[in-house]
Design a protein around this ligand. Structure first.
Ligand SMILES: [Zn+2]
Ligand SMILES: [Zn+2]
Length: 380
């Protein structure tokens, strides 16, 4: 076998023998590679770069998503040139035999929707440096993606109604609800979920309505609100339509009912003569502190967060007034902030005998010493 010679199967010219290693490495799936072409024949049909005549890209004009495969994908591209470069790199391929491939691209903006991509390739094949230049026009088609179309069409699958029992929700509560809705959607978007969005947030006479794109988001917002503020959730399904596959599509309304009293409220309980209660928590059973004695109060299980009561005021309404004298364990004299008369009031446990001034609330139930601001929150 030592004097066997190889010949080019195309032109019959002798070709240098391959080493044993190279022969062993011949790809059995490519029988043509068993015998090498001579360099002349090889380069005759060598095609370095395979490029399409043009590339069409569908881009959402609203959010910048790109249509890829059969769906819209967020690519986080800053501009259409970035998108064009990415699409061109995906669409071009180079011959497998070439080593040390390098390429660069120069985009040329032809018009608003056309970017001509000039690509320069270099590499080495059969020990010979090769280079090629290809120009591929990228046509940008500006469209509206499914999500943006739905947002524009006011699509929603779920409504969260933020309401409160016997009152309207506070601005703190409604602002927090908006924040929670946006946070939940942002978290879902961050995981690549393109179906998560807030369609609309609207104030009503008795609260706030939040329309969202999926029932799951509605449920999450409701749960988070009740986790933070207490209250209850009722959900109700409404059949709205059938989808393309004939499945029934339900819209779910989550009615969040926040508790009637919030931390900081001072209330008078019906049929109770132990004095007003400063509310500290509305989670589960209403909890607070008696402003007459400083004793802890907790509503019965049956009463939950809404025992029969009337609101007298809020901690915010309290004013600092002068302590005149401490009478005994149960009584203290303070200046009535309206009449400036020294008035005897009950002395709660939290009263500091060294204090020169204390916050007091004057209501139809009388004058009461409140704990200092910051002591109204139930420690969690
Ligand atoms: Zn040949
Ligand atoms: Zn879009």
């Amino acid at each position: 076998m030592s004097d066997s010679r190889a010949f080019c199967p195309r032109c019959g010219d002798p070709v240098p023998e391959r080493s044993a290693d190279e022969a062993d490495a011949a790809d059995p799936l490519r029988p043509g590679s068993e015998v090498d072409l001579c360099d002349a024949c090889y380069f005759d049909e060598f095609d370095f770069v395979d490029a399409p005549d043009r590339i069409d890209v569908r881009v959402c004009a609203r959010c910048g998503a790109v249509y890829r495969g059969n769906r819209w994908v967020d690519v986080g591209a800053q501009d259409y040139t970035d998108i064009a470069i990415e699409q061109v790199s995906d669409a071009l391929s180079v011959h497998v035999d070439v080593e040390d491939v390098a390429w660069q691209v120069e985009p040329e903006q032809v018009d608003e929707n056309t970017i001509r991509m000039h690509c320069f390739f270099t590499g080495v094949v059969r020990g010979t440096p090769v280079e090629e230049q290809v120009t591929v026009p990228v046509k940008i088609a500006r469209q509206t993606c499914t999500r943006c179309g739905r947002i524009a069409g006011d699509y929603y699958a779920s409504i969260v109604q933020i309401r409160a029992e016997g009152r309207t929700p506070t601005s703190e509560e409604t602002e927090r609800a908006e924040e929670i809705a946006h946070d939940i959607v942002a978290d879902m978007e961050a995981t690549g979920d393109r179906n998560a969005f807030v369609t609309e947030i609207g104030e009503t006479d008795d609260g706030l309505n939040i329309k969202v794109s999926t029932n799951k988001i509605g449920k999450k917002i409701s749960n988070k609100m009740v986790e933070e503020f207490g209250g209850t959730i009722n959900d109700a399904e409404t059949l709205v339509t059938e989808d393309e596959d004939g499945n029934e599509v339900y819209r779910v309304t989550f009615a969040v009912r926040l508790p009637p009293y919030t931390p900081g409220d001072v209330i008078e309980l019906d049929g109770d003569d132990e004095g007003p209660v400063l509310v500290r928590s509305a989670h589960g059973n209403l909890k607070g502190v008696r402003v007459t004695t400083g004793e802890r109060y907790e509503a019965d299980y049956e009463e939950g967060a809404s025992p029969d009561a009337r609101k007298l005021g809020e901690h915010e309404d309290a004013v600092e007034t002068t302590v005149v004298t401490v009478e005994d364990e149960n009584a203290v004299q303070v200046l009535d902030p309206e009449t400036y008369r020294a008035t005897t009031v009950s002395r709660p446990e939290y009263f500091d005998p060294d204090a020169e001034t204390v916050p007091v609330l004057k209501s139809r139930a009388g004058l009461h010493v409140l704990p200092d601001e910051g002591e109204t929150e139930e420690p969690t």
